[in-house]
Design a protein around this ligand. Structure first.
Ligand SMILES: Cc1cc2nc3c(=O)[nH]c(=O)nc-3n(C[C@H](O)[C@H](O)[C@H](O)COP(=O)(O)O)c2cc1C
Length: 383
């Protein structure tokens, strides 16, 4: 066996998840781990990816397998990246910086969320302009324009807009824990913090997590209730074609629509001149009665894969899951929770560990089935 480049105590994302659960307060873990309503969509995402089977071709000629993938003119070292996650600093202090740096070192994309705890400028600097930015749609055009200008100045060339948050997902754990909007900080949460001294110490060291990108627009010293109102007033989640058109006109870089879950929206994205779509159901956090992502992915990739870059997230937890998604038609894949489990479990080493782990697993699958290039995965799909 080749030397493994990750901590061998945690050879799976599930190992990272278990350690994360022990290390961080319950309200933070449940915010990360949960889906919505009864978690049906959350479980279906991974379960239905795992129904996809791959065909090995053992006697085929094989020289070497390479994970390198060119997307939007950039050659990445692997066909996966980090999906945007809000409030990352709540789960582990400094998480966006740790993950962005690891992504940049490994030459894979990191997508910064509008509502996470690091700023456009800081992540732009850490990744030398290689990160992507995910915009929550601002209610006011001036705010939208200002954020886009900041992205441009900080060197971002890929902008991701989001269509699957027209409402707040109904998440019973977050409601119970007071993390809904407006949030509350209860005695129960404080006791949970005291039970996780390492997390508490690190949080104290780095300071209370803030919405760093939004800070310039927020009134000072908001209490939690006012914060909820600010968020409600500032963003209008329901995206439509009228809101996308001016962004397309204004944004000179690549424009990606995330949250696509059916053929009609994929076709609209193409007609609006977008460069890519991420087939996603927000990791099962929005519509419990919806399909898992692997199903629309196959249909959309078959129909539109030659007209727009079709990417996918939701439910991927391993190298074989990435392989199954690529074989089903995804050009590129993203993960949200897997990387956050990594950083919550292993702190500063979590980003590097999780990328190395997934790369090792994916490389093994490629060599096992005799797949030399990422675009050849589809030849191994058992339809
Ligand atoms: C805790 C958490 C917060 C998230 N916050 C955002 C966000 O701010 N913006 C966004 O576009 N997607 C957000 N997502 C969705 C992810 O970008 C991604 O679609 C999802 O995590 C993929 O599913 P996976 O976690 O099973 O990999 C969030 C997901 C989680 C788990």
């Amino acid at each position: 066996m080749t030397t493994l480049s990750f901590n061998t105590k945690y050879p799976s994302v599930e190992d990272l998840r278990s350690r994360a659960k022990k290390r961080i307060p319950k309200f933070a873990f449940e915010y990360l781990d949960g889906g919505c309503n009864e978690d049906v969509n959350l479980y279906k995402n991974t379960a239905e990816i795992r129904e996809v089977e791959l065909l090995p071709q053992y006697l085929s000629k094989h020289t070497a397998s390479s994970m390198k993938t060119t997307l939007f003119g950039h050659e990445y070292d692997a066909p996966f990246g980090m999906a945007p996650v809000g409030l990352q600093g709540l789960m582990w202090p400094n998480a966006p910086e740790i993950l962005a740096k690891a992504a940049s070192t490994h030459n894979v994309p990191f997508i910064l969320s509008t509502v996470t705890t690091s700023s456009i400028e800081r992540i732009g600097e850490l990744t030398e302009g290689k990160a992507w930015f995910q915009l929550y749609h601002p209610a006011k055009n001036e705010l939208r324009d200002d954020i886009l200008l900041r992205c441009e100045k900080a060197g971002y060339d890929t902008l991701v807009i989001l269509c699957d948050v027209p409402t707040f997902g109904f998440r019973p754990r977050d409601i119970r824990n007071g993390l809904a909007m407006p949030p509350t900080m209860s005695i129960k949460n404080i006791l949970q913090i005291l039970g996780k001294p390492n997390w508490a110490l690190q949080t104290l060291k780095h300071g209370q997590p803030n919405f760093e990108t939004l800070k310039p627009y927020m009134p000072k010293n908001l209490d939690l209730k006012q914060l909820g109102k600010f968020m409600d007033d500032t963003f209008s989640g329901r995206l439509n074609e009228e809101k996308i058109k001016p962004i397309r006109d204004m944004w000179k870089g690549k424009l990606v629509l995330k949250g696509v879950a059916n053929e009609l929206d994929a076709e609209r994205a193409i007609n609006l001149g977008l460069d890519g779509i991420i087939v996603s159901n927000h990791g099962g956090r929005q519509l419990d009665a919806g399909e898992s992502t692997i199903k629309p992915l196959s249909r959309i990739a078959k129909k539109y894969g030659d007209q727009i870059e079709v990417m996918m997230d939701s439910g991927i937890r391993s190298g074989p899951d990435i392989a199954r998604s690529l074989a089903s038609g995804a050009k590129f894949t993203f993960m949200g929770r897997s990387f956050m489990y990594g950083v919550a479990a292993l702190g500063n080493k979590g980003g590097d560990h999780t990328i190395s782990l997934l790369k090792t697993q994916l490389q093994q699958v490629m060599e096992q089935i005799c797949c030399e290039k990422v675009e050849d995965f589809k030849n191994h799909l058992i339809d």
